[in-house]
Structures are given as structure tokens and as C-alpha cells.
Design a protein around this ligand. Structure first.
Ligand SMILES: *[C@@H]1O[C@H](CO)[C@@H](O)[C@H](O)[C@H]1NC(C)=O
Length: 290
């Protein structure tokens, strides 16, 4: 399955001009060539996860080029699916292992608190009650002695090519039955929130659990749908992504010209059955101090 996805991606080589392929170039590195099962020596330790190092057996030569100072010695492959161009959303199956997810969930359980909102003018904790009903906690990779979050963070940096330093700490969230997050933007509109020191460019969600029913991440404005001004921000409509343990979802909040992508509006549908755990990483246009 995984191998197939890789071959398909490589076979799109003829469409080299496509931005998708440029993106693929930045994230696809394949171990060895001619289907060699030998994994290259790993220096950083982070690349040692053999599950991400796939050899390609289509008979073509994938010999790596001499690398730059900060580059990689070998190819590196992570399967992904473009879910949408409006918003720009990518899905990464099996981005993390079940063990990694469990380790993160376990860490977070100790520090869960009711999630809060960034407030606009006139908004208070009281009058925004019900918009975001999950519990959560922030945890940075450096606080995780198991090193799991560092591996995840490094991998997110590779697939986005946005430096690790630009990421906020992980926000690990738990949604229980009935809990939700009404549709919202992750980027901060200066008109609504005032001038910002930095802006959120992209969001990466790592689903830490399966959810039996509900709990989808929804994009109600996908491809311009529901944008006639009558959309009820609670309503679970549009493109829906079902949480599956270990899978990742990346979407961009900003358009290439730096303005907020109106179609990046998203929310979390209420959990109907089971429990939803997710780790969110917001990535900014500037290095984060915290
Ligand atoms: C940015 O790009 C979008 C989509 O192409 C366009 O609608 C918008 O007017 C642009 N904004 C600026 C400030 O260039």
C-alpha cells in the first residue's frame, strides 16, 4: 500500500512543473536505490525510523545528489494525499506510530485544563463559552524526556519545510462526547485581533486516537462551499477528515500572497461516540520564543 503510493508519486515526475511535485521533491527522500533494503547510516537519529525510509523498486535510479551543508544524505519518503487545494490541505497516513501517540496522550493527561480562546474585542470567557469545549495542554518538545515530540516536530518540519523554531509548543487536546470546536481560523486577522507580532502560516494536526463516531476535522468552506454568509459556525459540513490514530493533517492558513485563506476556516465536529485526542502544532511566519 505504502509502496504503491510512493510509486504513484514518483510516476508524476513528468509533471515536474506542478507545485505539488515541487512539494513532493522537498519531502520525498528514498533510501538506497534499485529496491535496496539496506538503510543508509543515520546521523541524526531522527531518520532512524525505518518505517519512513522506503526503497523504490521500479527499476529506476534514485541516487542522491551531493547535499548542501544542512541537507540530507539520502532520500526520505512520507506518503501523503492532497485532500484539497482550497484550502491547501494534505493528509499523512501513519505519520506517527501507535506507541508514539500513546506516549503523547499519557504525558498530556497529567496537565489537561479546559481549552481557552484568543478573544476578539468584546469577547469574554463567559460569552464565548461553548465555542471550544475540549480540554488541553501545551507541551514543548524539550519538555518531553522520551524524545517522541522531538521526532514528530522534526518530521513536521521536513514535510512543511518550515523550520522547527517557527512552531508553537504542541497543544494536546482531548474531546469527550459532545465536545467540539466551532469553525474558526487559526490565523489572526489584524482587523479582529489587532496588530500581531507574528502570524500562523500552517497547522499540523496529529490524531492521537481513533474516534468511533464524530470528531471529524471539518472545512465548511472547502472549494467555496457554504460561503454565502448563512453558515452556522456550529454546523458540521464541508470537507470532513476522520481522525485515525497516528495520521496527520496539514493545512495552510495563509495564501501564497500572505493573506488569510478564507477557505481555511475549520472546526471540530462534536464527538458522538468514543474520545478524540489530537496534538496540534501551529507554525508561524517567525521564530517563536516560547
Ligand atoms: C491574495 O490572493 C488572493 C487569491 O488569489 C486574492 O483574492 C487576494 O486579492 C490577494 N490579496 C492581495 C493583497 O494580493
Amino acid at each position: 500500500m505504502r509502496g504503491k503510493a510512493i510509486r504513484q508519486s514518483w510516476s508524476s515526475k513528468s509533471k515536474l512543473g506542478l507545485p505539488a511535485f515541487v512539494f513532493a521533491c522537498s519531502v520525498f527522500f528514498v533510501a538506497g536505490f534499485y529496491g535496496s533494503s539496506l538503510l543508509p547510516q543515520d546521523v541524526s537519529g531522527l531518520r532512524a525510523r525505518a518505517r519512513f525510509l522506503e526503497s523504490v523498486s521500479d527499476g529506476r535510479d534514485y541516487a542522491p545528489l551531493p547535499r548542501g551543508e544542512t541537507g540530507d544524505d539520502s532520500f526520505f519518503s512520507i506518503p501523503f494525499q492532497v485532500l484539497s487545494w482550497e484550502p491547501r490541505a494534505l493528509y499523512f497516513p501513519n505519520f506517527a506510530t501507535a506507541e508514539q501517540c500513546q506516549s503523547i496522550t499519557k504525558m498530556a493527561k497529567a496537565g489537561l485544563k479546559p481549552s481557552t480562546l484568543a478573544l476578539r474585542k468584546g469577547e469574554t470567557a463567559e460569552n464565548t463559552k461553548g465555542i471550544r469545549t475540549s480540554s488541553g495542554m501545551f507541551i514543548s518538545a524539550s519538555e518531553d524526556k522520551t524524545g517522541t515530540l522531538a521526532i514528530i516536530e522534526e518530521t513536521i518540519a521536513r514535510v512543511t519545510m518550515l523550520p522547527r523554531e517557527n512552531g508553537e509548543a504542541f497543544n494536546v487536546l482531548r474531546y469527550e462526547i459532545g465536545q467540539r470546536y466551532n469553525s474558526h481560523y487559526d490565523a489572526f486577522s489584524p482587523i479582529e485581533y489587532g496588530p500581531q507580532k507574528s502570524q500562523r502560516v500552517a497547522s499540523f494536526l496529529l490524531y492521537l486516537s481513533d474516534v468511533e463516531e464524530g470528531g471529524e476535522t471539518m472545512f465548511p468552506y472547502e472549494n467555496g462551499m457554504n460561503m454565502d454568509g448563512t453558515y452556522d459556525f456550529k454546523k458540521c459540513v464541508g470537507l470532513k477528515v476522520k481522525p485515525r490514530q497516528g495520521d496527520g493533517l496539514l493545512f495552510y492558513s495563509l495564501l501564497p500572497n500572505g493573506t488569510i485563506d478564507p477557505t481555511s476556516l475549520h472546526g471540530s465536529c462534536p464527538v458522538i461516540k468514543g474520545e478524540k485526542w489530537v496534538a496540534t502544532k501551529w507554525i508561524r511566519d517567525r521564530v517563536q520564543d516560547d
